[in-house]
Design a binder for this molecule. Sequence first.
Ligand SMILES: NC(=O)c1ccc[n+]([C@@H]2O[C@H](COP(=O)([O-])OP(=O)(O)OC[C@H]3O[C@@H](n4cnc5c(N)ncnc54)[C@H](OP(=O)(O)O)[C@@H]3O)[C@@H](O)[C@H]2O)c1
Length: 247
Amino acid sequence: MRIGIIGYGNMGRAFALGLKDSYDVIVFDKDISKKEISVKDGLGFASSVEFLLDSVDLIILSIKPQDLTSLKGLNFNGKSLVSMLAGTSVSKLKEYAKDAYITRIMPNLAVVYKKGVIAFYSEDIKKDTIKSILAHLGKVYELEEKHFDAFTAIGGSGPAFVASIVEAMRLSGVYMGLNKDMSYDLAIATIEGTLELLKAYNEEDLVLKVSSPAGTTIEGIYNIEKSGLKGILMETFIKAYQKSKNL
Ligand SMILES: NC(=O)c1ccc[n+]([C@@H]2O[C@H](COP(=O)([O-])OP(=O)(O)OC[C@H]3O[C@@H](n4cnc5c(N)ncnc54)[C@H](OP(=O)(O)O)[C@@H]3O)[C@@H](O)[C@H]2O)c1
């Protein structure tokens, strides 16, 4: 399977690097300075977008949504087109790529480490093959298009919100006299361990397991409940969802 990537920016490069060991990948970017980067990455750089379209079986589109108009007039010849353009529906994509089989995805940045989450909606006859290709980059969730905004809030923005929690843990450690680097390391190691525990217990059971009667943990849990912190966190995700819907 030969894969062509249009747009060799942050995400296009992450996809290319994640797929190049398993597939034949070539790339194209209108910014010619990206050629040097792709060559250093060991990837062929197509001389034109038309050349790329002629030479591949599947096209991954990783340009900015506002650049979609630049695809007008291109011939996709019934090939598979996978678009990661935020807020850009399949019906919108069809306006610019009438003769393509379209798949819409929404990845998060962790695809760089092949630990991404990827929302997936496909109208392609080769949908199962495309899904298995994307699985090289992380966990693929097949969803109705109407759920892409919710996915964006949890999976797309989620890493930034979790990073804010790490920041709060680190700052608390510093407040209590820990060295800032040690405090950061401790926060990360605690989260890594918690993820393992969450594979064994659901979140409610874990809270009870860690909370000894009249102990330190239940003191903190009491503060979480009393302050409405969970509600504030939910509101944070819901605000991201509403923003995504209104883009
Ligand atoms: N970054 C994320 O975390 C993330 C997460 C999920 C989804 N996405 C989606 O992924 C897409 C790419 O985002 P990004 O952050 O990788 O953007 P980016 O770094 O700006 O990369 C886009 C690249 O595409 C080039 N380009 C624009 N029009 C082109 C055309 N017609 N043919 C070939 N190349 C073209 C741009 O060149 P110029 O710079 O010269 O315009 C740029 O090098 C966006 O649609 C975004 O919504 C991003």
